[in-house]
Design a protein around this ligand. Structure first.
Ligand code: 0GY
Length: 311
């Protein structure tokens, strides 16, 4: 892959560039596998970052994303609008239009979005909107505005992607459970993996999924959730080992409602930048049979994002 660049913008101090030489994964992905959570950033020269952004990344173009897709062995991508672009979806739409049907998108929209704009996003391949509740990433949006957006996108067959921290789930519960669409949770609701997998905090997340069969979860981002980090003394087998029980529990309890993605180019990591090839090798630790792997990587994302191909 080509190396990261910054274009006309100055990166946030300490920002880690994505890993330019990912290894070839040992785990061979099944045919038609989908990387169901990844982003494009800019390039800033073509698609400037939003004035209200909380960080300035290095550029991460559609060419670089699709090169990674091919290198890792994925067939398709779901590209999720990142907060550094606010509700300006032009970089996302451009990437979708370049993908020749092999990418779908999750956008960010405001209450002021017109029906014509929603239709144009749909035509480009957008199939969901993202509501972000992570305070370091976004300013607060009133819940009545978000509910209004959810009601507008529901007739399009779109879903809502929600991103929040585990401690905020109790406060957000009533809003989440009132959403009229399929709801996809980013990164298992960001559990604190130093707490027990069978404790009350993660128990509430499992209850959320158990009691609401419209709720799905991405079992992604071990590199973001792990305290143990990428390597243990016994090597790669144990990478992000503290995340394994959490992700495995979700995969095995809700095998038909889980998705996996690289999260490339990995915004806001402070300590290390993962080798995406090693991240793919993490998958068989959380989906331990060929059937679970097929559901996670192929059946579920294709059913949600390419339903016309799954009929
Ligand atoms: C992720 C996670 C993060 C950032 C964003 O849109 C974003 O800026 O999602 C994060 O910093 O935890 O899923 O990419």
């Amino acid at each position: 892959m080509t190396k990261p660049t910054t274009g006309p913008f100055t990166k946030t101090p300490g920002w880690l560039d994505w890993y330019a030489g990912p290894s070839k994964p040992r785990f061979v992905l099944p045919a038609n596998a989908v990387d169901a959570h990844c982003h494009v950033f800019g390039p800033g020269a073509d698609f400037p970052y939003a004035p209200e952004r909380k960080y300035t990344p290095c550029d991460a173009s559609w060419q670089q994303l699709f090169a990674l897709r091919d290198h890792l062995g994925f067939h398709k991508n779901v590209i999720v609008q990142a907060t550094c672009h606010g509700a300006d979806n032009r970089a996302l739409v451009d990437a979708l239009q370049r993908a020749e049907g092999r990418a779908r998108g999750v956008a960010t929209v405001k209450r002021s979005v017109t029906d014509a704009e929603l239709q144009a996003l749909h035509a480009a391949g957008v199939r969901g909107v993202r509501f972000n509740f992570v305070k370091r990433l976004v300013d607060f949006t009133p819940k009545d505005e978000l509910m209004e957006i959810a009601a507008r996108i529901a007739p399009l067959g779109w879903h809502v992607v929600i991103y929040f921290e585990a401690v905020d789930l109790p406060e957000l519960w009533d809003f989440f459970t009132a959403l009229p669409t399929t709801v996809v949770v980013d990164h298992m609701g960001r559990p604190d993996v130093t707490k027990p997998v069978d404790g009350p905090e993660f128990g509430l997340f499992l209850k959320f999924m158990r009691e609401h069969d419209n709720v799905w979860s991405k079992v992604s981002c071990p590199e973001r959730l792990s305290v143990a980090g990428p390597r243990a003394l016994d090597g790669e087998q144990a990478a992000y080992r503290d995340v394994v029980p959490f992700a495995r529990k979700v995969v095995e309890t809700f095998p038909d409602r889980v998705l996996w993605g690289t999260d490339w180019p990995h915004p806001n990591l402070k300590d290390h930048m993962p080798d995406d090839g090693l991240l793919v090798n993490f998958i068989p630790h959380i989906a331990v049979t060929a059937e679970l792997q097929r559901k996670l990587l192929v059946d579920n994302p294709n059913r949600l994002y390419w339903p016309e191909e799954s009929r």
